[in-house]
Design a protein around this ligand. Structure first.
Ligand code: ADP
Ligand code: CIR
Length: 357
């Protein structure tokens, strides 16, 4: 098929676009895929809207439902390969088994908290960029109902966000009982439509388990502790997932793993992070970047994705989630954070004038 010159990559995305979607969406791929629609009616144009409207997007593409990943494979496949750094076959691996690892910071000198989240969507429902208002509400009710069947140790309270004002949401988000509306990337993707309708946060009575309902994905299951006990937080996640998976069926693909709105999250859909205070390494950005890179880690700002580091508190997490089992992902993070703490201690001893290694 001859490519329509008006559909050259530069005509689809603005000239200054930097995203992977822009990089891989050739004129011929665009030409072929732009004629297609998933069974729920999701199009390529919708998938790339966020990347097109936000030229600074790194990924620039979202899925509207599970079928998006297969129907639009010709663009999702290279984006997934580039982000997850996969050259051979894409092969989801899962091993949700308990771990035993030493506390990364037994004296609580560096790590403020450890958080592990996994993303999930319900099988058979469109994802947040494309779900109807009615189905979004049905999803919230189904999840809320399922959570009431958790065992006694995981019982908790659901905090609906529907009727909250922006000020109430801000206050409750700081307390953990709500989440903020999404950023401009999610907004352009359609994820934040009708916010805060059908959104809410479940919190277990002991506060260690949170479930965000209808944020970027339908479920963000979160285990959180104000320590560096990475294995303990992971083991709780293993147990929570075993219970929740008995109650709900999740969208998944044998090769791609759990399917999520953003292709960076597929696979285990797990992001394990520590909030860690690193005043010395903060003065050596190249060193911390190099350590993170070497250990397959990602650095985010204190308030999350695309925010700044404040008071020297870094969010450091696994960069990869696909083709690597959950236990290895946690072990790699453990090794990387241990190396980062060692480097921070060395810099503190050698003083501020120490040369860049
Ligand atoms: P994700 O849900 O993909 O992890 P974000 O990067 O936006 O997305 O993080 C979500 C929220 O979780 C942010 O408010 C962030 O500050 C908070 N967070 C992330 N890691 C930790 C942590 N280790 N301790 C406490 N809060 C954390
Ligand atoms: C981008 O392309 O930069 C944004 N859509 C965010 C990509 C990272 N994914 C995410 O936060 N879930």
């Amino acid at each position: 098929m001859t490519a329509d010159p008006s559909h050259s990559a530069s005509a689809i995305f603005p000239e200054n676009a930097v995203s992977l979607a822009h990089r891989f969406l050739t004129a011929s791929v665009y030409d072929r895929l732009s004629r297609l629609k998933t069974a729920t009616g999701f199009t390529l144009e919708q998938a790339i809207r966020s990347g097109r409207d936000n030229p600074d997007s790194h990924i620039g593409i979202y899925a509207g439902d599970a079928q998006t990943y297969t129907l639009f494979k010709d663009i999702f496949d290279p984006v997934i390969r580039a982000y997850h750094e996969i050259t051979g076959p894409i092969h989801h691996v899962s091993n949700l088994n308990s771990l035993n690892l030493p506390d990364l910071d037994p004296d609580n000198r560096f790590i403020l908290s450890t958080r592990i989240r996994v993303a999930r969507n319900l099988s058979g429902q469109a994802f947040m960029p494309h779900i109807t208002m009615q189905n979004r509400q049905a999803v919230a009710q189904q999840i809320q109902q399922a959570l009431t069947s958790l065992p006694a140790s995981l019982q908790g309270r659901f905090h609906a966000m529907d009727d909250l004002s922006p000020d109430q949401i801000r206050i409750r988000a700081s307390l953990g009982t709500a989440f903020l509306p999404g950023d401009r990337f999610q907004s352009a993707a359609g994820i934040t439509r009708d916010f805060p309708a059908s959104r809410g946060v479940f919190i277990s009575h002991d506060q260690t388990v949170h479930v965000w309902v209808n944020e970027e994905d339908q479920l963000r299951i979160i285990c959180l502790e104000k320590t560096g006990a990475l294995a303990g937080v992971f083991n709780r996640m293993v147990s929570v997932l075993a219970h929740i998976s008995d109650l709900l069926e999740f969208a998944a693909d044998p090769g791609l793993g759990y399917l999520t709105a953003c292709p960076t999250n597929i696979g285990s859909a797990m992001r394990a992070s520590v909030h860690i205070r690193l005043p010395e390494l903060e003065k050596h950005p190249d060193r911390i970047d190099q350590l993170a890179w070497a250990h397959g880690l990602q650095i985010r700002g204190t308030q999350g994705e695309k925010t700044a580091v404040t008071k020297s508190v870094f969010d450091i997490s696994n960069r990869f989630r696909l083709g690597i089992g959950e236990t290895r992902l946690i072990e790699n993070l453990h090794t990387g954070i241990a190396a980062i703490i060692t480097a921070e201690k060395q810099l503190a001893v050698s003083g501020p004038e120490s040369p860049e290694p």
